[in-house]
Structures are given as C-alpha cells and as structure tokens.
Design a protein around this ligand. Sequence first.
Ligand SMILES: [Fe+2]
Ligand SMILES: [Fe+2]
Length: 317
Amino acid sequence: MTSSIAENELQSHFEATISADLRVEPRDWMPEGYRKTLIRQIAQHAHSEIIGMQPEGAWLTRAPSLRRKAILTAKVQDEAGHGLYLYSAAETLGADRGDLTDKLLDGRQKYSSIFNYPTLTFADVGVIGWLVDGAAICNQVPLCRSSFGPYARAMIRVCKEESFHQRQGYELLMTMMRGTDAQREMVQESVDRWWWPALMMFGPPDDRSPNSEQSMKWRIKRHTNDELRQRFVDMSIPQAEALGVTFPDPDLRWNAERGAYDFGEPDWSEFMQVIAGNGASSVERIANRRAAHENGAWVREAATAFARRASTKENAR
Ligand SMILES: [Fe+2]
Ligand SMILES: [Fe+2]
C-alpha cells in the first residue's frame, strides 16, 4: 500500500518534470516504459553511428586526393565518437554495452536502414554528407531538447559535428559540379540513388508509426516523422537548385496554399525489406561489425585486466 502511494508520487513528480520541460536525469525515478523506449532509441542511434562509418569508410583508401582523404577520415572518426557518446548515454539508463553489441550483431536491435545501401562512386561521399547527414540533422536538432538529460546533451555536440559533415559533403559536390560532364553525371546519378532512401530515414508515415505518440508525450521526440520529412524536403530543394541537380520525383512541386513542397510517396515496401535485413549491403555491414568486434577482443581483455588490477590495488590500500 505504502509503496503504491510512493510510486504514485514518483509518477506525478516525473510527469511534472516532463511538462515543465525540465530534464530527467539518470538517478531520477522514471517509468519502466520510458527507460525501455530510451534504451531502444539511443541504442538504435548508437548502432547507426558506428555502422554508418562503413559506407564512406569504404572510400578512404580510394579518395582522389590527400585533402579529401583527410576530410573523410575526420568525418568517419566523428561518427565513431557519436557512437561512443550514445552508448555512454544508454549506459546511464542501466543498459550494458556488451549486451547492446550482442543485440546489434544478432539482429535484435536495428540501425538506420540507410546504411544498408552500397556506396558505388566517390560522389556518394558527397551525397551522404549532404542528404544523409542533412536528414540526420533534421532528426537530431529537436533531440537536443529531448527530456532525457544525457541524450539531449550528447545531441548538442553531435549536431555541431553533423553540420560540419553536411557542409563538407555539399562542398565536395559543388567542386564536382564545377568539373567535367562525367563528374556532373556522377553527382546526379548518386542523388538519384540516395534521395528516396534519405526520405525513408524519417521512419514510416505517422499513421503507421507505432511508438511515435508515446514518445511525443514523453518529450523524447518533439516532431512527428512526417513533419520532419517535410522540413527536410523544403530545406533540400533550394540546395539542389543551387547545386544544379534534380530529385527523382515527378510529384515534387511548390504548394502555395500549404507554403511547402508536395512530394511523392517513398516505396515503403522497399523500406520494410531493408529493415528486415534484406538491403543490398545488410549482410556485409553486420559481418564487418562482427569481425571488428572479434578483432578488438584483446583490447577489451587488456582494458578490463588493467581495471581489475587497479581496483585490487585500490582495495589493498
Ligand atoms: Fe553522426
Ligand atoms: Fe555525420
């Protein structure tokens, strides 16, 4: 009886924190559903950051100049850092890092479907920076105000770096567009392949997005999938015009009444296929991740051996 009164008080304190737009911190009481939703979302986000190193990482050894190689190396390293902040944020909720890795490797946790598409040309490096990091920014800027403190704070730093990523991608494409016809064609061909997968990054339409409503109530999310997708389309069109490329969507046109662009429907059956692990690069991505994890076993063993020794010494004092 007493415990249920206490529980009610904790619940109303939690709700008051959320509605006052204050942050929930790791040691605060929180409903189990909130904790589970956050662990799932943050883990999926962390996995996306590190799996996302692969499509562009594949071009590190084939970058056309030392300058491009240095930029791309910095970008790919940033993504590893994003993964680290996010895994750390998940750990503050009581998640175990090793357990999250196992869930990624055996498919119990997902990562963004965008990273299951292959990178076929160097233009893909530019288009990923422009459109994929651009879509990530649209998704992540509102997360800087997410109700869970460690997630919100991680997002502030991540977003600063993402905006550098987007600019480097756009600058690379600008350079290619000032080059030869073959380079311009390469950029357009790449845009044609990435446009629809980029729109899918915002998740299924609102009426088919099962977790959205509760996440909005908890202020983990601030905007619906469709709102963010619209924002991304409206933002990208002037950038495409400045660049001199088009998007492969015959339904794309300005709607003066709505004050926004109308656009076509992504192929959601393709999205479901890729989510189910049938993307062109799905098997390769997980195989690479597994190999990296296995090759890193000695580092984890050495690190924990040192930590064990340090704590025994500490206790002996
Ligand atoms: Fe990132
Ligand atoms: Fe990025």
